[in-house]
Design a protein around this ligand. Structure first.
Ligand SMILES: [Ca+2]
Ligand SMILES: [Ca+2]
Ligand SMILES: [Ca+2]
Ligand SMILES: [Ca+2]
Length: 471
């Protein structure tokens, strides 16, 4: 299945009106004030818009430099800075550039957050990032707010970059030739499905070069420093062409950036978020080690405390496409898993089992393991575990939990790496019990989850690592 993205063109705003500057109406947006290189175009330079009916909207300011200089935001949003920080709302209420500082949180919890003035949150091109609670016990705090789109300098791109409520409110934006996508313009994608972005939807002029880059989530950021050459969980095809194909294997937010150099050298840039979402519960494992280490992800059945490595445990031996696990959940349509690494096996079966493991990553740093349960029931609680099967040396697993398509918890990430996870064995290797995830489901759709990070018995801090196979 292919998700083909169509970016919506936005020509609106309370600031200036904008123009596509297709002054010769040849169907192609012209380079700014420069020569139109299209064959058959009689005009050497773009003149005034003589056929407003075919341009949407008309560029009322184009010929009036005095008016252009007055392109300001007449009704900017209020910043709403307050005197005190309100805890755990993901907002920098007191405008000191720290979000929820001094607030207690639950280790590993992930919340959406905004790196800007409170009043600008969810305005214009601004999109929340995320922050992870670090520390342990009574000494927790929210880590830095990363990702998302924060207020920036206003650019002439059909977006409200400074999130003041006005699009392209800058004197230089008389003629706007770039239509970057903003929040809500692009559909969500899904893991293991191609996500195609057509840059000609953003810029219609003559282009000299395209350069796309993508920043992924926590596992990709880990791989950026632990793999050489750098391996990422997603692939990009056509990164030097007008059409990018992003193929993600993980859920989460991807920050997409494109740099367009037009003929004549003018540079145009868009940065936006693509959200990749899988249904239900998804647990992913990545690690800073490979070479010879083999670390496996396990997810335990709800309402059952049988030992690990039994039928109550979804893991490599029973939960991949060739497995026989049976927890009573309905199968999912084959499209949910046919794009994955075991896609041909699932296609032969004709369905995707629930739960399922996408791949048994053995010695492959840069290849995460995912366990999916598309259709849990409301209130069910599942336990995530990581087992050190084989290899040698200390390893640092990271586990991320997605519920209803959003990252809700991240465990083992620096600086809270897992200690003492260093004993490999297929029979009594180290076991890290990570977290109990209680899902919230409404009308069959997973909407969230409550997370209870696990500690050694009778303790309120620390990671629970031992080599006993009890629940
Ligand atoms: Ca603050
Ligand atoms: Ca706050
Ligand atoms: Ca603005
Ligand atoms: Ca803008």
């Amino acid at each position: 299945m292919f998700a083909v993205v169509v970016a919506t063109m936005f020509w609106m705003g309370c600031g200036p009106s904008t123009t596509k500057a297709d002054d010769d109406d040849d169907g192609v947006i012209d380079a700014p004030g420069g020569p139109d290189a299209l064959a058959g175009d009689a005009s050497a330079l773009d003149g005034p818009d003589v056929d407003a009916a075919t341009d949407a909207p008309t560029d009322a300011h184009e010929d009036d430099a005095a008016i252009c200089a007055d392109l300001t935001c007449t009704t900017p949003v209020n910043d709403n800075c307050g005197a005190v920080e309100v805890c755990n709302n993901g907002t920098d209420d007191n405008c000191n550039e720290l979000v929820d500082e001094g607030c207690l949180c639950q280790q590993g919890a992930v919340q959406q957050c905004f790196r800007g003035r409170p009043g600008r949150r969810n305005i214009g091109s601004c999109v929340d990032g995320m922050q992870t609670c670090t520390g342990s016990g009574e000494f927790t705090e929210w880590g830095p707010c990363v990702g998302g789109i924060a207020p920036g300098a206003e650019a002439c791109d059909s977006q409200d970059n400074n999130c003041n409520g006005c699009v392209d409110d800058d004197p230089s934006c008389c003629v706007v030739e770039l239509a970057c996508p903003g929040p809500g313009d692009l559909p969500d994608g899904a893991p293991f499905q191609n996500y195609i972005i057509d840059g000609t939807r953003f810029f219609g002029g003559m282009v000299q070069s395209w350069a796309w880059d993508v920043t992924g989530g926590p596992c990709d950021q880990l791989f950026a420093t632990t793999t050489s050459p750098v391996t990422q969980s997603f692939t990009l095809t056509g990164a030097a062409t007008s059409m990018l194909t992003l193929r993600p294997t993980l859920s989460g937010d991807y920050t997409v950036h494109v740099r367009i150099v037009a003929v004549g050298g003018m540079v145009y840039e868009c940065t936006f978020i693509v959200h990749i979402a899988g249904p239900g519960l998804r647990v992913e494992l990545c690690s800073d080690r490979s070479a010879d280490t083999d670390i496996d992800l396990h997810v335990h059945r709800a309402a059952n405390t049988n030992n690990w490595f039994t039928g109550a445990d979804c893991y490599f031996s029973n939960c991949a496409a060739s497995g026989t696990i049976s927890w009573g959940y309905a199968n999912s349509p084959v499209a949910e898993c046919s794009g994955g690494p075991q896609g041909t096996v699932w296609q032969a079966l004709g369905y995707c089992r629930n739960p399922r493991l996408d791949i048994d990553s053995i010695h492959d740093n840069g290849v995460p393991e995912n366990i999916n349960l598309d259709n849990p029931s409301d209130g069910q609680s599942f336990r995530a575990m990581v087992h050190y099967w084989g290899g040698s040396g200390v390893a640092h697993p990271m586990v991320n939990v997605y519920c209803g398509g959003f990252l809700r918890g991240s465990y083992g990430a620096a600086p809270d790496v897992v200690p003492n996870f260093d004993t490999p064995s297929s029979s009594n290797g180290d076991i890290w019990r990570v977290v109990d995830v209680t899902v919230q489901v409404a009308a069959g759709v997973t909407t969230g989850c409550a997370l209870a990070p696990l500690h050694p018995p009778n303790m309120t801090t620390g990671y629970w690592v031992n080599n006993v196979r009890t629940y």
